[in-house]
Design a protein around this ligand. Structure first.
Ligand code: 8YV
Length: 322
């Protein structure tokens, strides 16, 4: 029997995923969940036919160029793949896959949590209670923004955006969206399509960002775009920090142009996020946990393995992105 392909695994994966990996492949696991440096990844790649990384490992053109020629696949454990230079991968003949669909529900849950947490000043209130600074109550105390019946604006009406919109409908919110392509009426579900971002922004009491980070969307939410939002709007980001210009967002949160923001993703995450966020009261911050449920993390791992299985069986993988 031919040797099993060897898969280099970037991080510690869920138990059930690692069990399937070990059954079907020679797996180089990472039981200590160490974040490999680029040099370590390059060195380990000499033993691997495929790499199964998370978004925490960065495959720049330079890293990809230096990977062993043995590596034929980068099967991401993530839907976003901005951490992989897909052009460089194509050039080197490396197939790249991702894990769409399976994390849409979990990520949409976090978008709604961020919306409500930001709108109703949840972390500010939590801090107040914990620090014993909650001394009084009055009608003006901790007054926030009501989202029921307001306009929920989505940038990037892909899988996650569509589920987030569905959940927002549960709050009687009116759905508006910008997408490169208008959706079919069945997918649109009565949402209002905006052919340009500015028009969407003018109609968004809550702006929820769901587009991937690409050269086109990098810094998309800048000062000029924020100015188009209604005064007192709320910004929610569960996609990638790169879509937001941090200085502009922080300035708008300080000036009161925006009521609040709920953020799960950041430029420079985890350690080097803009320090301004830590000082603001009107932000609800989470540490990139959009897909962090057991069900979803298992499903992401299985989806990455389905892609590997297809490739090593000589078939086209379901989720090829390069
Ligand atoms: C994942 C994500 O946790 O899948 C994505 O793109 O941003 C997250 O939900 C992470 O990327 C896992 O690698």
């Amino acid at each position: 029997m031919a040797d099993k392909p060897t898969v280099l695994v970037g991080r510690k994966l869920p138990e059930a995923v690692e069990a399937r990996l070990k059954r079907d492949y020679d797996a180089i696991l990472n039981p200590d969940d160490k974040l490999y440096t680029s040099e370590e990844l390059i060195e380990l790649s000499g033993k691997a036919d495929a790499i199964l990384p998370c978004h925490s490992e960065h495959f720049t053109a330079e890293v990809i160029e230096k990977l062993s020629d043995r590596v034929k696949v980068i099967a991401n454990f993530s839907v976003g793949y901005d951490h992989v230079d897909t052009e460089a991968a194509k050039k080197k003949g490396i197939i790249v896959t991702n894990t769409p669909d399976v994390l849409s529900d979990a990520t949409a849950e976090i978008a709604i949590l961020l919306m409500l947490g930001a709108a109703r000043r949840a972390s500010e209130g939590d801090r107040l209670v914990r620090s014993k600074q909650w001394k009084d109550w009055s009608p003006a105390f901790m007054v926030g923004t009501q989202t029921t019946g307001k306009r929920f604006g989505v940038i990037g009406m892909g899988r996650v955006g569509q589920v987030a919109a569905k959940r927002a409908r549960g709050f009687d919110m009116e759905i508006h969206y910008y997408n490169r392509k208008r959706l079919s009426p069945e997918l649109e579900q009565g949402a209002t399509f905006h052919a340009d971002v500015d028009s969407l922004l003018e109609s968004a009491d809550v702006l929820s960002i769901h587009c991937p980070a690409t050269s086109e969307t990098k810094g998309l939410l800048n000062a000029e775009k924020i100015a188009k939002l209604p005064d007192g709007a709320i910004v929610v980001n569960t996609s990638r920090g790169a879509v937001v210009d941090d200085d502009a967002l922080i300035e708008a949160l300080k000036s009161g142009k925006l009521a609040a923001a709920g953020l799960d993703v950041f430029n420079g995450e985890p350690a080097d996020i803009h320090p301004g966020y830590r000082e603001l009261d009107n932000v609800f911050l989470l540490p990139h946990i959009g897909s962090a449920t057991k069900d979803t993390r298992d499903a992401m791992g299985f989806r990455a393995l389905d892609n590997l299985d297809a490739i090593f069986a000589g078939k086209e993988p379901g989720d090829r992105v390069a």
